[in-house]
Design a protein around this ligand. Structure first.
Ligand SMILES: NC(=O)c1ccc[n+]([C@@H]2O[C@H](COP(=O)([O-])OP(=O)(O)OC[C@H]3O[C@@H](n4cnc5c(N)ncnc54)[C@H](O)[C@@H]3O)[C@@H](O)[C@H]2O)c1
Length: 395
């Protein structure tokens, strides 16, 4: 069982996957203020370079231990917690090993790429009484938390149905040049990217999906002519100049995931929901609308929420609510989720809005929705989590 620390004690952190998303852990590097990154692991040595400015800053501080094998970090007694920020296909193995080693775990979303993987992690965390926290940072975005509060306060009456349109203009840069483009690494992009949105839909609706139907296809990036060779490393750098999608260069040699997908979800509390993802849209935005029996709420942008309660024509909202939401650091959510994890890992606070159980249900919905897309749009039931796990994580 993870120990309880004092606020003044320093939480010593190891980072598994120091490059890419691994920079997130640098937000927890606060020497003298209660948390410090002490160890980095990455299979690419170049990833450590991104930490050099931090390491140089602290001439007198103990050096950060760097290695290429994540097990060396887990072996260390001077590591209390780990951030697992490696690609999705590593999550299950690394989370299980970290729990076994007695570390508190910040695990990036999606929790795993299979339902079985998630359930193994939940079971191991229950048995070890480990602190497990999944990187659903959208639960800290101001527009999401504001919409949740308004729905909970009854702004639209009783919630009935939800739609989310997800436009992605960097899809060709981020998801079709490296490991993301293959089913074996992600299951599919409905899960890899949509895990966030399915979780937001579940959280704001107060239920989990019990049945899902999907439809989708791969119809754009598979037509890109300029492919990288299989032995070349994919480069997922964003660049607005990479437009239109068919002009993309360095596209993965193997693409077997969908570039557009839609699912319909029946939640266990009667709410119905739709999620639509397009990886080749010219703009980037998540547009959610929640419709109740007394009104409709919608985020027009990430800083502007509209509420309609009276009967009127298109575009004439009753109320516009502006929310302060930075565009950097995922709308200001990253520092908040890291802060919440550090307090939780030290035993100073509960997990707050973080829910490993909900993370499992977002994966389960993504997995079964993807299966429906690939199996003639058949409806699939979401396998429920074991009752003992449900009871433990519902506490
Ligand atoms: N919550 C969010 O907003 C958010 C944003 C971006 C990425 N992510 C998640 O973060 C994870 C990483 O995504 P990314 O885009 O940074 O991927 P990435 O391909 O850049 O990988 C991250 C790092 O992990 C390293 N790595 C790969 N395999 C490793 C291994 N076996 N051992 C040690 N290091 C290894 C890579 O070399 C890289 O430096 C994904 O699961 C993704 O879903 C979440």
């Amino acid at each position: 069982m993870a120990k309880k620390m004092k606020a003044s004690d320093e939480l010593r952190i190891g980072v598994l996957g120091a490059g890419g998303r691994g920079w997130l852990a640098s937000l927890a590097h606060k020497p003298g203020e209660g948390s410090r990154v002490v160890a980095l692991c990455d299979i690419r040595k170049e990833a450590f370079k991104g930490w050099e400015h931090i390491r140089k800053r602290e001439d007198n501080a103990p050096k950060m231990y760097c290695c290429e094998d994540y097990r060396r970090v887990l072996d260390r007694d001077d590591v209390d917690a780990v951030f697992i920020t490696t690609p999705d296909y590593c999550h299950e193995e690394m989370a299980l090993a970290a729990i076994e080693a007695g570390k508190s775990v910040y695990l990036e979303k999606p929790m795993a790429i299979t339902i079985e993987g998630c359930d193994k992690i939940l079971r191991a965390a229950k048995e070890k009484k480990a602190r497990i926290f999944v990187g659903h940072n959208m639960r800290h975005m101001a527009f999401v938390t504001t919409m949740k509060r308004l729905i909970d306060e009854g702004a639209i009456g009783n919630l009935q149905t939800v739609w989310c349109r997800h436009f992605i203009n960097y899809g060709g840069d981020a998801y079709f040049k490296d490991w993301h483009s293959e089913q074996k690494n992600t299951t599919g992009l409905l899960l890899q990217k949509g895990a966030h949105d399915i979780d937001v839909i579940h959280w704001l609706s107060g239920g989990f999906t019990k049945r899902v139907i999907g439809m989708g296809k791969l119809s754009v990036y598979n037509r890109c002519k300029n492919r990288r060779s299989p032995d070349e490393l994919g480069c997922a750098r964003f660049d607005d100049k990479n437009w239109p999608p068919l002009s993309q260069t360095g596209i993965s040699p193997v693409i077997d995931v969908e570039d557009s997908s839609t699912i319909m979800m029946q939640l266990d509390n009667g709410v119905t929901a739709n999620y639509m993802q397009c990886q080749y849209a010219p703009d980037a935005c998540r547009n959610y609308t929640f419709i109740g029996d007394e009104g409709r709420i919608e985020n027009i942008t990430e800083t502007k929420i509209a509420i309609s309660r009276s009967r009127h024509g298109w575009g004439e909202q009753d109320e516009i609510i502006r929310v302060i939401n930075g565009y950097d650091l995922h709308g200001g959510a990253d520092p908040l989720i890291v802060d919440s994890f550090v307090k939780y890992a030290k035993g100073l606070a509960g997990a707050g809005v973080n829910s490993p159980l909900a993370a499992r249900y977002s994966v389960a919905t993504g997995v079964m929705g993807t299966r429906s897309i690939r199996e003639d749009n058949m409806p699939f039931e979401i396998p429920p989590v074991d009752p003992d796990i449900l009871k433990y994580f519902s506490k």
